[in-house]
Ligand binder design. Structure first.
Ligand SMILES: [Ca+2]
Length: 346
């Protein structure tokens, strides 16, 4: 219930909020005129709302829109302007438009000067280097590069009749060094984006109350990953700067010893679905499509992937958690729900 409220009041409010509260802290606005699909510009029809071409929204001319509050911004394309409950799965289909799977998106957004990009999560194709990127162009502007993917089967997308869809979540943080600033970590999945959500803060070891610096992770929650229709992939592109920050808090975590977790259960290797993608494995790699610190130079990045095959909600994490016997190794869905409500209610 919280999840639905969280997702879709945001989207439907976008049309009001973007005009009334331009670039307040925690607000983000899409710039259709500054964005392209396979090099072609979008058409702006209202502040923060765009179409692939002139005309009315429809399955051949999807609308892009976003909105949010409290530093969380949700954005997606749909064949109709979303109603109060957000786009339906059918409205997410982009296969009859110019946004077919394989289309390269370069999307630009504006933000408040003091906001930092904590993380970006998107449904996209991360299979090739350069397909994905996040660059801070100026203190008030950033760019996301993505390639549209054919979604896999998941809880909301069942049966899987989608051939192309796109959406993303951006979490902003105010302050360069606050604990919930993942320094521009970028998560990419091939599961429909409405089956994703940010973790409740208390789900991260460093953000428990009191803080538990036996661990430091970054992560995302996902639900409804199919066991029967193949597995969903979750890639994480993590700037070296995040591990530097974690070590400043005293956690012995590096890009090399970073591990993957599913609801606090360590994934021990590729047989468990955790893959380290850096080559060589002990060095961060500069990626031209990532400049999250906005210094004009490619950020050194680490990349990992978790492949998942469970039907329940999972907290997917990358980092290092102390083998403290007090750390939960299995937490029931109801407990997650209560945690999230308590955080959301504050
Ligand atoms: Ca940089």
């Amino acid at each position: 219930m919280m999840r639905n409220a969280f997702h879709f009041t945001c989207v439907s409010l976008a049309f009001i909020l973007t005009a009334a509260h331009a670039q307040n802290p925690g607000s983000i606005t899409w710039d259709p005129k500054g964005s392209t699909h396979d090099g072609k510009p979008f058409v702006e029809v209202a502040a923060g709302v765009g179409l692939t071409k002139l005309g009315l929204p429809g399955s051949a001319n999807p609308a892009g829109a976003g909105g949010g509050s409290g530093g969380v911004y949700l954005f997606g394309f749909a064949s109709a302007v979303p109603g109060a409950n957000g786009p339906t799965i059918e409205q997410m289909e982009l296969g009859g438009s110019d946004l077919k799977a394989g289309t390269r998106l370069v999307l630009e957004f504006t933000k408040a000067e003091q906001d930092r990009i904590s993380f970006v999560a998107m449904m996209a194709d991360a299979s090739a280097p350069g397909n994905i990127g996040v660059r801070v162009l100026s203190p008030t502007r950033f760019q996301i590069t993505a390639t549209i993917v054919d979604p896999v089967l998941s809880e909301s997308n069942n049966p899987d009749n989608l051939t192309a869809a796109f959406g993303l979540i951006v979490q902003a943080s105010q302050g360069a060094t606050e604990l919930f600033n993942f320094r521009g970590t970028t998560f990419v999945t091939d599961m429909v984006w409405t089956d994703l959500e940010p973790l409740a803060l208390s789900e991260l070891p460093q953000l428990r109350d009191p803080a538990d610096f036996g661990g430091f992770t970054t992560g995302l929650a996902a639900k409804g990953v199919s066991a029967s229709g193949g597995t969903a992939s979750f890639s994480a592109f993590i700037p070296e700067a995040l591990f530097v920050a974690a070590r400043e808090y005293g956690v012995d975590v590096t890009g090399e010893n970073c591990l993957g977790y599913r609801s606090y259960v360590q994934l021990t290797g590729s047989e468990d679905g955790f893959h380290k993608l850096n080559v060589p494995a002990d060095q961060p790699q500069p990626a031209a499509t990532f400049d999250v610190d906005g210094n004009g130079a490619a950020d050194p990045m680490w990349s990992y992937r978790i492949t998942n095959s469970e039907w329940s909600r999972q907290a997917l994490m990358f980092g290092k958690i102390d083998s403290d016997p007090n750390s939960p190794t299995a937490v029931g869905h109801d407990t997650w729900g209560r945690l999230k409500e308590s955080v959301s209610g504050n």
